[in-house]
Design a binder for this molecule. Structure first.
Ligand SMILES: Cc1ncc(COP(=O)(O)OP(=O)(O)O)c(N)n1
Ligand SMILES: Cc1nc(C(=O)O)sc1CCOP(=O)(O)O
Ligand SMILES: [Mg+2]
Length: 211
């Protein structure tokens, strides 16, 4: 069964996670309340993605937290990951869906209302919308959309949305108010002195916003 919870979406980055590593960061973040984890390593080849992905998969075993692989469909399949995330410049979502089959979670990045309207819910399971704010983590990001832009894009997306880009725990309230199901972060968890506490802060803010 394809179940996933976008509430606290950790996107891993090998440079920002350097001090304790991506696997330990993920383990701690999940202990703090991360609900979904993405392996994102823009420098790694498929073999390296598979090696890290298998270690992550082992670390997440038994937690119920799905592992999503960024960009690399073949690595996702080899890892036995629960999902794949593709953007507008990656393998086309329809092609990725054909390759991974119905059972895998498929996330698709959309940066505009036009792109969100065109999402086929038989192909994508969720959309990642961003950047909400400018961020140094992804220097090649598109124009920030802010909370108002986020709300406009969420409103026309036919699948659940997670917001990304420059987000911190204190943004959980406005992100949920804009209609997104959760908050995706890199630097708010990766490289923080205590990734477990950092994830817990986000989970607490999400819970507060839903109360
Ligand atoms: C949850 C989530 N949302 C958006 C993205 C960005 O994907 P993409 O536009 O393909 O950019 P890269 O991450 O590949 O640089 C994401 N990874 N995750
Ligand atoms: C991976 C990614 N995708 C983005 C998008 O806008 O699609 S922004 C981003 C990086 C988000 O990092 P941080 O939480 O440190 O700001
Ligand atoms: Mg991509």
């Amino acid at each position: 069964m394809k179940t996933f919870d976008l509430s606290v979406y950790l996107v891993l980055d090998p440079d920002l996670c350097r001090a304790i590593g991506m696997v330990e960061t993920a383990r701690l973040a999940v202990a703090g309340g991360a609900t979904i984890v993405q392996l994102r390593d823009k420098q790694a080849d498929t073999a390296a993605m598979i090696e890290t992905g298998r270690a992550l998969k082992a670390a997440l075993a038994g937690t119920g937290v799905p592992l999503i692989v960024n960009d690399d469909v073949e690595a996702a399949i080899a890892i036995g990951a629960e999902g794949i995330h593709v953007g507008q410049s990656d393998m086309a979502a329809a092609t990725a869906r054909e390759r991974v089959g119905r059972g895998m979670i498929l996330g698709l990045s959309v940066e505009t209302e036009e792109l969100a309207r065109r999402v086929d819910p038989s192909i994508a399971d969720y959309v990642g919308i961003g950047p909400v704010f400018a961020t140094a983590t992804k220097p090649d990001h598109e124009q920030p959309v802010g909370f108002e832009g986020l709300a406009r894009i969420v409103a026309v997306a036919p699948v659940p949305a997670v917001a990304i880009g420059g987000l911190k725990a204190e943004h959980a309230g406005p992100v949920l108010a804009a209609g997104a199901r959760g908050i995706a972060v890199v630097s708010a968890i990766c490289g923080q002195p205590d990734p477990e506490a950092a994830a817990r802060r986000i989970a607490d803010e999400i819970e507060k916003a839903r109360a």
